[in-house]
Design a protein around this ligand. Structure first.
Ligand SMILES: *Cc1c(COP(=O)(O)O)cnc(C)c1O
Length: 401
């Protein structure tokens, strides 16, 4: 019997759940883009985008998704034939590298597998080996959404400093922004990339690139830039039209003008991070209990390197695929597919799934997803340990008391 009638819940790592008030803020007639309210709204949005990334640097807004923001960052950092060092901890890191290579950058990848963070010692060694300082930038995901590995960006910066290497540090925060703690300036990040549809709770359609003065200067010679992606004009106080390389993304700006204050002023950024950490711990607690029997495991063994916005798991013998289907069809919850854990087309693809807990999510939504998953495992007779829901409830109770 289907139990899915009612409000569906998309628990995939982007697009995330959108608050109704964000949608309402977007529901309006076309505003003038040359003067008036939208210009003021945008000034606030730009200021809040700096606050949410913890930076006083520049931010460029592109009408693009995260893939577009990747290319924007590459276009501004590199010239054809320049070298990039990419730290790969999952499919998203590999993909950023692929985009760079396709654009003419010579990429060197260090692959840390699918369950471990980037090792700063190996980065330091690679940079020390680059005695002629040919590597122009180090690229790394903060959270790689495929594996749910969260990299230690401060430690990566420290390794670069220890090697005395002048490369820029470029970080992909598409998944982590507004979910996992991130301090662009304090961590010495030069270029930071994100998008609208994950932690920021706005529909897909905007990509963001924050950049430091150092990156702006370093990029002045980059020959991969084309007029739309060039961030130079976007760093200057200027005419509104130029800031967006053309017509502004009017309605997305209204969406952001609603969602950013929810994070920054109503809940508070550190409370938002704490909420995500607590919800993540509830998910881990459930899986710790379920994994006591059968073939179930959290992907990242070390909690210190687990993302707070998404959790990748394995449920063997195709259990993950069957459970995803059950949760969607019977219970109205859509979970994320496994991504990049095995090659495309490998029969073991059905052994992985991801639970998103990013953005506009709270305790009852997270417990609801976990409860539905436990019901599904019972219905499908997927062997699992007992007490997952009690453990998750306990994790929430501890944090809230
Ligand atoms: C979602 C995501 C992307 C890609 O963003 P799109 O908007 O889907 O193009 C890139 N990097 C990370 C870490 C992501 O989570």
């Amino acid at each position: 019997m289907p139990l899915s009638h009612g409000r569906p819940y998309l628990a995939i790592p982007g697009p995330s759940v959108m608050p109704d008030r964000v949608l309402r803020a977007m529901h309006r007639a076309s505003p003038n883009i040359y003067a008036g309210e939208l210009v003021e709204v945008t000034a606030r949005v730009v200021a809040d985008l700096r606050r949410v990334a913890c930076t006083t640097g520049h931010v460029a807004i592109y009408m693009a998704n995260g893939h577009g923001a990747w290319e924007a960052s590459i276009a501004n950092m590199f010239s054809r034939g320049d070298k990039a060092l990419v730290l790969v901890t999952g499919r998203f890191g590999a993909q950023w590298s692929l985009h760079a290579r396709a654009m003419g950058v010579e990429t060197q990848e260090i692959d840390f597998g699918t369950a471990s963070p980037a090792d700063p010692a190996r980065l330091e060694a690679a940079l020390r080996a680059d005695t002629r300082h040919e590597i122009r930038a180090v690229l790394v995901s903060h959270v790689d959404t495929a594996t749910s590995v969260c990299n230690d960006i401060a430690a990566i910066r420290a390794a670069m400093d220890a090697a005395g290497h002048p490369a820029l540090l470029a970080v992909d925060g598409v998944a982590s922004l507004g979910c996992d703690p991130f301090h662009m300036d304090d961590w010495g990040v030069d270029v930071f990339v994100s998008a609208s549809q994950k932690g920021l709770m706005v529909p897909p359609g905007l990509g963001f690139v924050w950049f430091s003065d150092k990156a702006l200067e370093a990029g002045r010679k980059s020959d991969l830039r084309t007029p739309y992606w060039d961030w130079t004009a976007r760093a200057l106080p200027q005419m509104f039209y130029q800031h967006f390389g053309g017509t502004a993304p009017t309605h997305h700006l209204y969406g952001l003008s609603e969602s950013l204050p929810m994070i920054l002023d109503e809940e508070g950024l550190s409370a938002t991070w704490d909420r995500h950490a607590t919800l993540a711990r509830a998910v881990w607690a459930a899986f710790d209990a379920w994994s006591q029997e059968g073939d179930i495991a959290l992907n990242v063994p070390d909690p210190a390197y687990r993302a707070h916005c998404v959790t990748a798991v394995r449920i063997g013998d195709g259990g993950a695929g069957r459970l995803r289907q059950w949760c969607e069809e019977v219970a109205g919850v859509t979970l994320g597919i496994g991504l990049g854990m095995v090659p495309f087309g490998d029969p073991r693809e059905g052994d992985f799934l991801r639970v998103a807990h990013m953005g506009h999510v709270n305790a009852h939504m997270t417990l609801g997803v976990l409860g539905v998953m436990e019901a599904g495992m019972q219905a499908l007779r997927i062997p699992h340990g007992r007490g997952g829901i009690a453990a998750a409830a306990g994790a929430l109770a501890v944090s809230a008391s």
